[in-house]
Design a protein around this ligand. Structure first.
Ligand code: ZN
Length: 324
């Protein structure tokens, strides 16, 4: 399903969406962390599941399966990668996951892929349009740009025009918004499933065997999620579907790789927020007021919250949905 973008695709590119995306989760995360004590920042970065195969101040790389690695961003290193991501290598192709926050982050990922697999990425998949997941895409493409980018139309629209120049070496695999697309990397199958919830257009990227899922920002670990573009009830439903029987490795968009327990607590935490927001809405309490009185019980885990406004953003998202 590879094809070059058409003239129409180019004309519908929405610059405003990209700019909006550029101040998405990345700015949110970094703003949050800038005021946080060092201990809290370290807690956000978490512990590696094993010995990292590559490590910088801004990210570490953990092997999650044979020829498959997760990038876990550790924001102490600044605005370089910011989001999590990964690399999956097959006999014929190397898939990079996420475009990261800066071209420097993208270039680093390209080099890591070369070191680990002997090849630079041939494919790239982007989970959603927020800047911390796409703004460094150019760095991954390299000088010749010869990479196939798998995206939904919404994410394609958000990419800068420079990446979509007619006649360039970069190709786009436009994903069906209503059904999964399978990508054969040569002995490795990756399933790209369009979803919604964190934004109106999210993508889950699943290595089928063994099961490893890059969840994008549908899943967070150790940090309260960003609801700025969320569809809250959809988020809860889609996360449950995404985690399924919780039997696999699930890589969050931000924070360290969790386990069954932390994933389950995340679902319960989303529901807890939803219940509180519904109650506030029924009483006519404005989101700003409802957020002031809100707290997550310790039984639902530790969710680092650096500014009270992040609860407000969640309540506002719920309020938008419940007011329709
Ligand atoms: Zn993000």
């Amino acid at each position: 399903m590879n094809h070059k973008i058409s003239q129409d695709d180019e004309h519908t590119c929405c610059r405003r969406t990209f700019l909006k995306g550029a101040v998405g989760c990345g700015a949110y995360v970094m703003w949050a962390l800038s005021g946080a004590p060092l201990g809290m920042r370290r807690a956000f970065a978490g512990e590696a599941a094993g010995e990292p195969v590559a490590k910088e101040a801004f990210a570490r790389v953990e092997q999650v399966a044979e020829n498959a690695w997760a990038v876990i961003s550790t924001p102490e290193g600044g605005y370089v990668t910011v989001s999590n991501g990964g690399i999956i290598a097959g006999d014929d192709a190397v898939l990079a996951i996420e475009g990261y926050m800066s071209p420097k982050g993208g270039e680093w990922l390209r080099e890591v892929a070369k070191e680990l697999t002997g090849r630079t990425p041939t494919h790239l998949a982007l989970t959603h349009f927020h800047g911390d997941h796409i703004a460094g895409t150019k760095g991954i493409l390299g000088e010749d740009g010869a990479v196939t980018i798998a995206v939904t139309k919404t994410v394609h629209d958000a990419l800068p025009d420079a990446l979509k120049a007619e006649g360039g070496a970069t190709e786009f695999m436009m994903l069906d918004d209503s059904a999964p697309t399978e990508l054969d990397l040569g002995g490795r199958t990756v399933r790209l499933t369009p979803r919604q919830g964190h934004t109106p257009s999210d993508l889950a990227i699943e290595l089928v065997d063994p099961k490893v899922v890059w969840c994008g920002d549908l899943l967070w670990n150790g940090m309260f999620p960003n609801y700025m573009d969320a569809l809250p009830s959809t988020l809860s439903i889609q996360c449950r579907e995404l985690l399924g029987d919780n039997g696999g490795v699930y890589i969050p968009g931000h924070g360290p790789i969790g386990d069954k327990q932390s994933n389950q607590r995340y679902l319960e935490m989303l529901d807890f927020v939803g219940d509180a927001a519904r109650m506030a809405h029924e009483k006519g309490t404005p989101p700003v007021e409802a957020a002031k009185d809100f707290a997550i019980p310790a039984s639902l885990g530790e969710w680092n919250l650096f500014q009270p406004k992040f609860f407000q953003t969640a309540f506002e998202a719920w309020s938008r949905e419940l007011s329709v």
